[in-house]
Design a protein around this ligand. Structure first.
Ligand SMILES: *Cc1c(COP(=O)(O)O)cnc(C)c1O
Length: 461
């Protein structure tokens, strides 16, 4: 793997797109599918917002063509400014797990709105959401709410450093933990190496203590721990990878990681910003039966409003200010509006013995198995998988066990596939290196519609 100019940097997908120098192209128009208004809005946005967007992956850089500008969302669907309707498998990148703009969540929000959106003082709703999270997530005995997944991860890192008095941190190639300096690390060649900054502006001093191992390769972890004995504050891992495409771990890998960190006195943190409340109500740690020391959360936990959270063992969380000396704060943290959206979303997810997860599990299986079968029918090398509400596939032979494997995917083919599906009314994540998300609102008809579109598009690739 090269450590080269910014353009080819091995960045996590959310930052990768920002590093390309090409400008966002105007949206295309086909006979069936007109996106003129989207194109106009994006053209204006180019002069107002860097790259026309407020988060890089939205710019469609890795698939080409212009982004679709949304007008509204409801249930399993997104509607663009040109009046096109899409079956949406992005779900705002995860939060829309009970379906977009759920009436129940909206009603709860409207009721809270009348009482105020932000107090900057304690409110009882913070206790309610904290109790729900502590009940749900095995590793969490105490929790701190913040405003994004990035904030949760950078705060959890500071906490593990404060708790252990150590500075080094181990992450995995291709895993994304938000855009804090320490995590923006490019993988060098070889199995395990010291990190160098991924993005200009990140001082090398910030990433020097960041070590990178290979996902699903426990020997790469052992080697790093051997070479840095007693110096690693902790390990961050996506317990199911979603930021280099969908890559599940083996249970043995997670278990071994648990043992190695325990032996060394390092803190194990599952970054469940994506997987939390998504692959199961208790997250990946519940699904795999491996309990970390700390957990970061985001996305689903805010039910569509900006919320992040980090939590863990009481003795670790006790270092967080004002209980302890590790400083972290937030003007809007725990605001009643965001807490309300999270609470109502979790309530819906718990309902009827967590029936929503069974539904999503069925739907993702049907979708992924269907697409893989169609891929075979049309002669494409494809591999993929799913766990409950999270899924993904690659245009290459499997298995894909780590980022290096994922890089074999045919990105040019993916770009055509993505554009083709969009024109058929299916909204997929605009990158080969992103997972897909199912919601409780996706019906059998939606899946059938999607498979019909896939049949047509795969035949044309
Ligand atoms: C999305 C994501 C983040 C960052 O969360 P933001 O809310 O976008 O800052 C961190 N970690 C993982 C695993 C994510 O998927």
């Amino acid at each position: 793997m090269m450590m080269s100019q910014v353009k080819t940097a091995r960045a996590p997908s959310h930052s990768r797109a920002s590093m390309r120098s090409t400008r966002c192209q105007a949206a295309t128009t086909t006979s069936k599918h007109t996106v003129t208004k989207s194109a106009e809005i994006m053209k204006e946005a180019q002069d107002l917002l860097p790259g026309g967007v407020n988060s890089p992956v939205r710019a469609f850089k890795s698939v080409g063509g212009g982004p679709i500008v949304f007008d509204k969302v409801k249930g399993a669907y997104a509607f663009d400014v040109d009046g096109n309707k899409y079956v949406d498998y992005v779900g705002s990148w995860g939060p829309a797990i009970v379906g977009h703009a759920s009436d129940e969540v909206n009603e709860a929000l409207i009721a809270q709105l009348a009482k105020g959106t932000s107090f900057g003082a304690p409110c009882a709703l913070e206790n309610e959401l904290a109790k729900a999270v502590i009940d749900a997530v095995p590793s969490v005995e105490m929790v701190r709410f913040c405003n994004s997944g990035t904030e949760a991860c950078l705060s959890a890192l500071r906490t593990m450093r404060a708790y252990t008095g150590r500075e080094k941190v181990l992450k995995f190639v291709g895993c994304y933990h938000g855009h804090a300096d320490s995590f923006l690390v490019q993988a060098g060649s070889g199995v395990a190496t010291l990190g160098l900054p991924d993005s200009p502006g990140v001082p090398s001093a910030s990433t020097a203590p960041t070590l990178c191992a290979t996902y699903n390769d426990i020997e790469s972890v052992r080697e790093i721990f051997k070479a840095n004995k007693g110096e690693i504050a902790g390990v961050f891992i996506e317990p199911v990878v979603g930021n280099s495409g969908f890559i599940p771990p083996t249970k043995e890998f997670l278990q071994a990681l648990r043992e190695i960190t325990e032996e060394d006195g390092a803190v194990l943190c599952f970054d469940e910003v994506m997987t939390g409340f998504r692959i199961s109500y208790g997250g990946a740690q519940e699904h795999f039966g491996v309990t970390p020391d700390m957990t970061t959360m985001g996305k689903v936990i805010g039910g569509g409003l900006p919320v992040g959270a980090y939590g863990g063992k009481r003795e670790i969380m006790d270092v967080v200010a004002p209980a302890g000396p590790m400083y972290q704060a937030g003007t809007l943290s725990g605001n009643p509006l965001a807490m309300t959206a999270g609470l109502k979303t979790l309530e819906i997810l718990r309902r009827d013995d967590r029936a929503g997860y069974k539904h999503m599990d069925r739907q993702t299986k049907k979708l992924v198995e269907g697409i893989l079968e169609l891929g075979k029918k049309h002669g494409h090398a494809m591999t993929g998988g799913s766990i409950s509400g999270m899924f993904g596939f690659f245009f290459c032979e499997g298995p894909v066990n780590c980022f290096q494997d994922a890089e074999k995917t045919d990105t040019a083919k993916f770009a055509k596939w993505h554009r083709g599906m969009l024109e058929e009314g299916v909204y997929l994540a605009p990158s080969s290196y992103e997972a897909g998300f199912m919601s409780m609102a996706h019906t059998d008809e939606d899946i059938e519609f999607t498979l019909k579109a896939a049949d047509k598009v795969l035949a044309s690739l």
